[in-house]
Design a protein around this ligand. Sequence first.
Ligand code: C2E
Ligand code: MG
Ligand code: MG
Ligand code: MG
Length: 282
Amino acid sequence: DAKRKGRNTWCWYQGDQQRITEEAVLLRHDLHKALLEEQFELYYQPIVEAVSGRVRGLEALIRWHHPERGMISPGVFIPLAEQTGQIIHLGRWILRRACQDAAALRAEGERVVPVAVNISSLQFLRDGFLADLQAALEDAGLPPGLLELEVTESVLLDGVDQAIELINGLKAIGVRVALDDFGTGFSSLSYLRDLPIHKVKLDRAFIQDIVTNRSNAAIVQGIITMAHHLDLVVVAEGIEESEQQQDLIRRGCDLLQGFYFARPMPRQALQALPDRLPVPPG
Ligand code: C2E
Ligand code: MG
Ligand code: MG
Ligand code: MG
């Protein structure tokens, strides 16, 4: 009986796995169409100076408006696009659109702050990335200083030397690089020393319970202190409450980002964004 039960359990998991796989196949197919039909949109989330709450940057975050399924999260479709290689095409579209949006914001003169774009390592490490990027900047008429790239440690896939060379190339043309999701994965602290990055983004996983979890607080404090000694700017992601904000200000974190200040929003909504966040109650 136990054996049968075991088999049933196994069958259930297999069925589930199959369903997930079929789902992925369908989505991949839709993704192809979505690229042709431009079902994507870039949303923007403000990044504020910790002590003043002034908006100092915007992170571009892709949204997929699926005609039947509604909004699909990038956490779902970006990994799929990476598996199929579609990320190259999609990533190029994202970069170009972000540059156009940033140039438009600059022309409006409202909020002239750098726009940060997430770049998949596959796109980043591909030959011709730097040329694509320069073309995107030129076509949009965007000064390179208003573009920032967010990459994760997986840019080290082809080795640290390759990553250093690429980031130095970007630095030479005036585009800054931030190391995203720092502290997750297999982060080595020496990457902060070796990579010619400008900024490090602390993952939300450490921020979530920073007020109550002394170990996470210690890690965050350690990274902030070390990053500052290395002349790096530190951003904390995923701030949802004022207690987290206060804690991170005390710890000397430079920039903050999270639902507490503002959710990612369509570009048009940025016009109504106040200079300082969060908006005081009342
Ligand atoms: P990420 O780059 O670390 O982006 C931060 C994610 O945290 C975003 O999720 C953002 O909406 C979410 N977030 C911001 N503040 C808060 C908060 O206070 N609480 C919570 N719970 N979440 C918060 P999103 O937009 O769903 O994106 C997820 C991930 O998908 C991104 O993580 C990034 O890795 C990837 N991604 C998003 N857009 C792009 C893109 O244009 N290109 C590439 N290659 N990847 C992208
Ligand atoms: Mg990011
Ligand atoms: Mg992140
Ligand atoms: Mg992430």
